[in-house]
Design a protein. Structure first.
Lengths: 265, 369
């Protein structure tokens, strides 16, 4: 199934396939995300959603296929090189530095944007100290945007799971990405929190100008938030389309809910 | 997102109280804190004056072990890498400094720089291998590296003097044993200052981030390979300096001084001190440096059982017992036991950070020096 025509694609996978031993985890997955789009990825457990994220962000090397960021082929680049090009992602297991505070996490996350030389920082040159203050300022701005200011000084180890997922999103935002890939950001969240988060995702697009890819098990929220939806099943693209089209797709409903189901939500 | 009040463990509330107390402590006066710090500094500086001249070299050794502990801490505490071959870095530093002093006639300061550079080069070699292995395998590689250095490198006669040893005269200005102890303490101070600043820099933070999760660090744009290597190089450089100072304690060193048991002692003192905390590991270093002397003195002065049986040969057993006590009761080591004091000295409340008791507790970003 070819990817749809998208003007100005910021991220593109072209027939990405990967095999682990005897398991074909992804076969010929092609998708395109346009600038400022919110794209949802659905699929039952084990469909290959996180594997796709890992191929896009550089943690897995696909056996076949290419990954392009802003038109540049990044298939052979390391994860940090892709991150430095503006690709941000969260992890299914919370991706934060456990022993740091929330604020410290958001400061480390700005790694790629620090300009001071190592020497200036070691001796504590005024310019380096000024930059340190700016890093904290920016971290505070992001915390405020995410409504997490109250947790600023808390250590990661002592925070509940739902909060951690949000702090993780904040840390990725602090890297100043252009593309944001969210892997189940609502795991451990209540329905109300999910709804609030979807508003925030919309805000990230409108206020921060991000293009967003969302993996989430909460199907109605994904359909509500996304401009376009891809559905994976057994590592292959089962369906794609506008949220309404996907909702009414009988094949998708069957993959999710078993034989006989005709609509998804 | 979740309501903090419903946390059944009570941890959340405790953390909130902690944050409030941190703010309150920051608003309070700095004066008492500075006075206590000055008092500690004064006590440390008085030690070489009051210690019996027979034991003055033990003071130098203690300061040098403190430097080695900082070096170990960068690698083990911050970067989360294993090292059971650290005596090799100390050795190459010691022989490089001795060679520079004796055979090249270089001044002491320059010899220390040479020792640091050679230590960094050795660490670069080990680090290059270490990038490919981790955990138990890394530990084995570092042991092999230490043995290789001892059996091969340190047998190069013109560099190390072979069995006779390499001479390493002290600098003229610090030729007396008391003056030399002050020199070692001074270098320890500089190394601690460097370590504090390191944790407040981009590179220092990145090194600590990759300890917790390399994938997360990479996803934030951190070059994991480069920063892991950097941790090895910084650690090797500091150990090299320690080696240079070590060589001139007795003004002669031989390869017998740098065995596997020394590397194990270095790891023990780091863990018992509290990996990740610079003040903890330095105290661990000092403890293990004076332990043999302490045991011998006890043996000589107390003529009742069990002290009659106690000698310096018991040191490994006591080290092992301390390690077990640390791992089971205080995984954060000495630093954890002193948690309240260290928090207060760093500008926080006189109370242990409720969540700061993981073994590899980072120094944070250096906000609390």
């Amino acid at each position: 199934m070819p990817a749809p025509d998208v003007d100005d694609a910021v991220l593109e996978t072209d027939s990405v396939s990967i095999r682990f031993g005897g398991v074909q985890a992804l076969s010929d997955v092609s998708l395109k995300i346009g600038r400022g789009e919110i794209v949802g990825i659905l699929g039952p457990n084990g469909a290959g959603k996180t594997t796709l994220f890992n191929c896009v962000s550089g943690f897995y090397a696909p056996n076949r296929g290419r990954v392009r960021l802003f038109g540049e082929d990044v298939t052979d680049l390391k994860p940090e090189e892709r991150a430095q090009r503006g690709l941000g992602r969260t992890f299914q297991q919370v991706g934060l530095v456990r022993s740091f505070t929330v604020l410290e996490n958001l400061v480390v996350a700005q790694h790629a944007s620090v300009r001071s030389s190592g020497l200036a920082s070691i001796v504590g040159a005024p310019s380096a100290l000024r930059e340190e203050r700016l890093l904290r300022q920016r971290a505070d701005d992001v915390l405020e945007f995410m409504g997490l200011t109250a947790f600023r000084e808390r250590r990661i180890g002592g925070l509940p799971y739902g909060t951690l997922k949000m702090v993780e999103v904040a840390a990725v935002l602090a890297t100043d990405p252009s593309i944001l890939m969210l892997d189940e950001p609502l795991a451990g969240a209540s329905g109300e929190e999910g709804s609030a988060f979807c508003d925030r995702v919309e805000q990230m697009r409108s206020e921060l100008g991000l293009s967003i890819i969302l993996i989430e098990h909460h199907v109605p929220l994904v359909l509500r938030t996304s401009d376009y939806v891809y559905v994976l099943n057994f590592g292959a693209m089962l369906a794609q389309g506008l949220p309404d089209e996907v909702r009414d797709n009988a094949e998708v409903a069957e993959a999710y809910m078993g034989e006989g189901a005709s609509t998804l939500a | 997102m979740s309501d903090p009040d419903v946390d059944p463990t009570g941890l959340i509330h405790e953390e909130e109280v902690w944050v409030e107390e941190v703010h309150a402590a920051r608003r309070s006066s700095r004066l008492p804190r500075l006075l206590v710090l000055a008092l500690i500094a004064a006590v440390v500086l008085a030690i070489p004056q009051v210690v019996d001249v027979v034991y003055i070299n033990v003071v130098s050794r203690a300061a040098i072990y403190g430097i080695i502990a900082v070096s170990m801490n960068v690698l083990v505490g911050y970067a989360g890498q294993a090292s059971l071959g650290h005596a090799a870095f100390l050795g190459v530093g010691a022989f490089a400094s001795g060679y520079a002093l004796t055979d090249l006639g270089m001044p002491f300061g320059a010899a220390l720089v040479v020792a640091a550079l050679v230590g960094m080069a050795a660490a670069l070699v080990l680090g290059g291998v270490a990038l490919r292995v981790s955990g138990l395998y890394l530990a084995l590689v570092t042991i092999a590296f230490g043995l290789f250095a001892q059996e091969t490198l340190f047998n190069i006669r013109f560099l190390t003097g072979g069995g006779a040893g390499q001479t390493a005269p002290r600098p003229e200005l610090f030729s007396g044993p008391v003056a030399y102890a002050y020199l070692c303490i001074g270098v320890l101070g500089l190394v601690l200052l460097f370590d504090w600043r390191l944790t407040a820099t981009r590179a220092g933070r990145a090194i600590q981030a990759l300890r917790d999760d390399e994938r997360v660090a990479a996803s934030w744009g951190i070059d994991v390979t480069a920063h892991k290597l950097m941790a090895f190089i910084i650690s090797g450089g500091i150990a090299g300096i320690a080696g240079g100072l070590f060589a001139s304690i007795e003004q002669i060193v031989s390869k017998e001084d740098f065995g596997l048991s020394l590397s194990i002692t270095f790891l023990l003192m780091t863990v018992v001190g509290g990996a990740g905390n610079r003040w903890g590991v330095v105290q661990g270093g000092v403890l293990f440096a004076v332990l043999p002397t302490l045991l011998d003195r006890t043996h000589e002065n107390f003529h009742v059982f069990p002290f009659t049986e106690l000698t310096a040969t018991w040191e490994p057993a006591i080290g092992a017992i301390l390690l077990l006590l640390t791992l089971t009761m205080f995984p954060g080591g000495i630093a954890q036991q002193q948690g309240a004091l260290l928090s207060w000295l760093g500008g926080g409340p006189f109370k242990r950070d409720p969540d700061a008791h993981t073994p590899a507790q980072g120094g944070g970003m250096g906000a609390r020096p």
